[in-house]
Design a protein around this ligand. Structure first.
Ligand code: SAH
Length: 273
């Protein structure tokens, strides 16, 4: 009898969980439609609302630094990017206290002063990276793991590096669901890239630097592309597309205003050790 009650409860809770996931899928479809595919003109640029502070954060971390990504009205056109944004559950990457806002178009705190980027910026960077099924990609700044999960919808060959070890540890089990194991979700200073896996067809940096880290440029394959926010920290930066042609010549263009948390680490930090 007891066994029957337990299995009835299990079936019921499975149903409830499935219904909740379905509801989130609907929210995701609306997000894709309204915030990405048919992004409305905002009369120029607008800065998204600062995310709420994360009291009672599951990670028990310090309050976040500001990361208000700046949005304008460029719609996302690549159907594969829209499909990836529709299929990857962003709420799996958002702390429990922030679940309600998982499909709002804004960055959210993930603890340790860091953020999961605004969905629009994730979609835009993915579109600009333009990874193909055979591409080998390096992401610097794993954070929640969401951007890396989106990238797995384009290629299985994704590496991601995070300098804050507890964040890397949290992201790993989430990313295992997308086929990325411990040899691909790495703790380390991504300023220096990942020499042993280089060269990369694409590099995506999801923290802001005041210059392009030379090791990353060096690890970019001729014909490859890097997407990186460049500019002053704690201010508006520019999203920059860096392209290395077959002859190794580098060109860059600035495409969009953004506001990312800073890229830490680098030679100065390494020197202090
Ligand atoms: N891509 C993330 C959001 C990035 S927030 C997501 O989808 O959730 C920026 C992240 O970059 C933070 O987690 C921060 O700790 C990390 N970071 C900053 N400097 C770094 C460095 N030098 N190497 C690797 N990660 C770094």
């Amino acid at each position: 009898m007891k066994g029957i009650t337990v299995s009835a409860c299990l079936i019921l809770s499975c149903h409830i969980a499935a219904a909740a996931e379905e509801e989130r899928a609907v929210e995701r479809a609306i997000m894709v439609q309204e915030q990405l595919a048919n992004r409305r003109a905002t009369g120029g640029r607008s800065v998204s609302v600062p995310p709420p502070s994360l009291s009672g954060d599951a990670t028990g971390s310090a309050p976040m630094a500001s990361n208000r990504n700046v949005a304008d009205h460029l719609s996302i056109r690549n159907p594969k990017v829209l499909e990836a944004m529709r299929t990857v559950p962003r709420h799996w990457f958002v702390p429990a206290a922030m679940q309600r806002d998982a499909y709002a178009d804004r960055p959210l705190p993930i603890g340790f002063g860091q953020t999961i980027s605004q969905p629009y910026i994730v979609a835009l960077m993915t579109e600009l990276l333009d990874a193909g099924p055979g591409s080998k990609i390096l992401e610097v700044g794993t954070g929640s793991g969401y951007q890396a999960a989106i990238l797995t919808k384009f290629t299985p060959n994704v590496y991601t590096m995070e300098i804050v070890e507890p964040l890397q540890k949290q992201a790993l089990p989430r990313l295992q669901r997308f086929g990325l194991g411990g040899e691909r979700v790495l703790h380390g200073d991504g300023y220096f890239g990942l020499e042993k896996e280089a060269p990369f067809d694409g590099i995506i940096v999801t923290a802001a630097a005041d210059h392009i880290p030379p090791p990353l440029l060096q690890q970019l394959r001729p014909g490859g592309r890097m997407i990186i926010p460049i500019g002053p920290v704690h201010a508006i930066q520019r999203l920059v597309v860096v392209e290395k042609d077959a002859a190794g010549k580098v060109r860059s263009r600035s495409v969009h205003p953004v506001n990312f948390v800073p890229l830490t680490g680098g030679p100065r930090a390494a020197g202090k050790k």
